[in-house]
Design a protein around this ligand. Structure first.
Ligand code: NI
Length: 256
């Protein structure tokens, strides 16, 4: 077993282009021991649950991505509720708001976001948030419904002020490949400022591949590259980054 172990808190294993077994073996060889695979709609949640049933140390988050909010009707909510209780499901996500693409209308996104936070609160599960160009409304809805809850801001893209508010609320920051990009000035500053005990590692694979592999499909095996970059920004060792972010992930998602 690898001495340094990481938890990959955000991958879409159902969307991998390569043979899944190879993806998981390659990740483990890099010390990426546990992976949470994230749903975006009913179909992807079902696929992810079957993946989690096939492999050890793979967990799921279920939910409707803001892009897919328009597909979430009463029937889908019932299906989500059936999946929530699966023994390998550890969160509701990814849920939130995306006003950059607006693939679903903003009002529809907000309604689905609120509804899914209620579901998470009902089952006492953490939520994984997708927020793109929607900081104000995201904060408003979190302040209204998720205070004192376990909240992960996946692929955090807010500024320092938003980051400070999230730290005060005890929320977690999913930090991924974007931190390795040359123009990621605001994110580097955020990572510098926030405490290590608020940070989780994630790739968002197959998207957002870290430097120097941009242009290739992303995979959980690249988690150590993100840890190295965070170590560099915070002036710590990769081992320390791994230890603390792994503890954080265990705490947020109740992994053992
Ligand atoms: Ni994602």
């Amino acid at each position: 077993m690898h001495i340094i172990q990481f938890v990959e808190t955000h991958a879409h294993l159902d969307m991998m282009k390569r043979e899944l077994k190879e993806v998981i073996v390659d990740a483990r060889q890099k010390g990426v021991d546990k992976i949470i695979t994230i749903g975006v709609d009913i179909e992807s949640c079902k696929k992810n649950i079957s993946i989690a049933e096939r492999f050890d140390n793979i967990y799921t988050a279920i939910g409707f991505h803001p892009h897919d909010s328009k597909k979430m009707k009463e029937e889908e909510i019932l299906l989500l509720e059936e999946m929530v209780a699966h023994p390998k499901n550890v969160a509701i996500g990814e849920i939130g708001l995306d006003f950059y693409y607006n693939h679903s209308a903003p009002q529809v996104q907000k309604k689905a976001f609120r509804r899914q936070i209620d579901l998470a609160n009902k089952y006492n599960l953490p939520i994984i948030i997708h927020d793109r160009d929607a900081h104000e409304d995201t904060i408003k809805i979190l302040a209204e419904k998720a205070r004192g809850r376990r909240v992960v801001l996946h692929c955090f893209s807010g500024d320092i002020n938003m980051a400070k508010w999230c730290v005060e609320e005890g929320f977690y920051f999913g930090i991924g490949g974007v931190v390795t990009f040359k123009n990621a000035h605001t994110l580097s500053k955020v990572v510098q400022e926030i405490p290590l005990k608020s940070i989780l590692l994630e790739t968002d694979a197959p998207f957002l591949t870290p430097h120097p592999y941009r242009g290739k499909p992303n995979e959980p095996k690249y988690i150590p590259i993100i840890a190295e970059k965070i170590a560099q920004i915070k002036g710590k060792s990769v081992r320390e980054i791994a230890q603390i972010t792994t503890e954080n992930a265990h705490q947020v998602f109740g992994l053992s």
